[in-house]
Design a protein around this ligand. Sequence first.
Ligand code: BGC
Length: 853
Amino acid sequence: MRSRVVVFVLVGACVLGVAQGAWAADPWRDPTQPPAQRASELLVAMSFDQKVQLALNNFAAVASFGVPALANFDGPSGVRTTGTTSFPSSQTLAASFDRGLAYDYGYAISDEARGKGFNWWLGPAMDIARTPLAGRQPENLGEDPFLAGETVTQEVLAAKARHMIATLKHYVANNQEWERIGFRLPPTGATRSPGINVLAAERTLQEIYEAPFKHAIRKANADAVMCSYNRLNGPLTCESPGLLGDLKASGFNGFVVPDFIFAVKDPLAATLAGVDVPGLPPGAAGRTAAMFTSGQVPSSRLDDIVRRILYAMFDSGIFDDPVGPANADVSTPAHRDVATRVSTSGMVLLKNEHRALPLSERAPRSIAVIGPSGDDAMYVTGGSAAVPPEAGKAVTPLAGITARAGSGVQIQASQGSLGDVPLPDIVPATALGGGLAASYWNNGEFDGPPALTRVEPTVDLSAAPTGIGPNLWSARWTGTLTPPESGLYRFSLLEAGIARLYINGQQVASGYREGINFVAGPRYPIQAAVQLTAGQPVSVRIEYTSKAQLFGPQIHFAWQPPSKSLIPAAVDAARGADAAIVIVNNAQGEGMDRSTLALPGDQDALINAVAAVNRRTIVVLNTGGPVLMPWRNRVEGVLEAWYPGQQFGTALASVLFGDSDPGGRLPVTFPASNEQGPAPPSQPERYPGVNDEVHYDEGLLVGYRWYDATGQRPLFPFGYGQSYAHFVFRDLHVRAQGGALVASVRIANVSNRSGSVVPELYVHYPHSAGEPPWQLKGYDKVALAPHESRRVSLTLDPADLTIYDGGPVIPQGRYRLALASSSRGFAKVASFDVRGSGIAGRGHGGRDRGDDD
Ligand code: BGC
């Protein structure tokens, strides 16, 4: 063995010697040198003019040095172009609590991107889930900075291994869509105000919102960061010297790129503040050569820009391994297998009574599959992260279940509900007493006397009426609706802007939408469901402002009267079946926020109706985030499937029938009501903001930290999820080792099934630290065979205990540590001390804390 190593070293030295000779004239080409050195060497070789051209995104001007052009793609969950795999949402990946899978996901996406001729990934995204209403929660990595940081670290390491620049986004405090890109400004609406101003304390930013970025920079040396649309404590993040200066001082060697055109209002200020690549799509984005030649931007800053871009190219490997031309189809069976595994490993079993699942245990002879389960299932989020399955490429839930069930099982599909889609029928004038009184304003605020009033048969506008807007306007419609029949009415507003629907004076629907959809993915209607009585008129009011719209104002008022309900047929199907699988969904993504956690439309009613006739009702949540579950005690099973991408049916069937264990644990707390959590709608200054400002005055108490500190009991806690197997944690030991702390626990699978378990390690700081009660600082994903028992070690890196108290510090004193199955499911607790720069072993065998689960 020893002689082999010597031979290897000698061969290596020999290759190196030849290489250095070959690259003597242009030393930056020598791949054996550190990236920073190569960047410095190439910087010295460039003329002032060439540097300016690179800073203006003119790669042709520096091609002779071997510098490749940057070619970027969206987004966090796959490559948004044709011939690629539609992967599960990134939130699904976070739910897997599986570092190995995170690496595979990052590698597969990078591999497909290279096959498409891209070398620069506009992902992953790691904006903390501050409010579950945030539209982009599905494309991010949950509410906990440690989980997000560990997950993204693996994605970045994988991207580098496949020679891809990964971009951490969006820096920072980009936690809602509402007003993220500002509102259209009077008088014409042709320009927009800057994005919402987030007011947050430095400690909150450092410990919660910046933490996953800095984690991935520290652990994976990430090569790029995207600054966000919002303002932060005043300036736009992309124009904030303090924010970007701190980022760069924290050990970040790569480049900063701004989000799309709204992120920078003043290109000179952005350049001086620290934006390196000027804009998206690649282009000068208002940056000019004169900024550099006039001395407005000092030459030291120009060198910094160029050095950072070059560093990222050398460090990621894209300089030495340039991409080739794009291939037509880059989706491989191996990539689709990654998609399936992420989906099964990220599905979270929230409830399972009377062995409702897996289906194979009390094998049903007939199964009713209810809800959108074909091409109308919700495969992906919307927006720049959307990579919808191409026609014919998705394994639908129905197809997956049917194939797995086999010919001996009768499958009956029933639509049950249309799900979260715009309803097909515009509310007719006949139901509206002939029409509604319409008032239009030529401003976005219903300000002053209306510019136009008239009676309109209904609300169905794809543009403003003549003389109004066209970009910035507001409108109100009022009148009476006389229900032609009794029962549950669905209403939807498909609109681009901010709209509210009132029935009988009650607000029944509202929403922020930048478009009726966003770039790709599902459409974003707002929904209501109201019980009405035949012949009993109710008042109707719709209010609309176009100030938030991005792609053109429009608004359409549609309904589904009771006689068109799909629920009765689904109840019939469920009544005769041995088990009923009810798939429900919501459409969520970039450019919209939800306004309620309730399932949209008639889906709660559908579940209630099915559960009333079939005890073995299993609800599959095909949602972008938490939903309320008023029917929770009436169904036997609840499985959160998130947005699973094109392998939906394969993954779902595998979990439902027990071929795969449901491997997911919640990366976000599921609230028990709209009013729970740190930023409930009743506190508009916290969300969505008042007067263009949103206050993060809950501080560090984000996600489960809030629930623990305030004693709120969520519907399901962070980190929660069941397995088909059963596990017990025994015999916790903690010991100091090489400055770190190793917590080891024996985990036994005490069931006859194989399954996976996620030991979660939470830390309680000394009281003087002023930290939230408990915080995740370690986890692992462990697969155990039936009755297998294994000792598992989790290492706590002291750097992960760093807090921000005027600067980074590791608080001294006595800590507690909990080994848990969720943020509320503590099995064992122990303690340890931090003295000086290291952890002192003071661990003892854990005792049960006996918290609820
Ligand atoms: C999104 C980014 C995305 C960019 C480019 C923006 O609207 O916020 O995440 O990378 O568009 O498509």
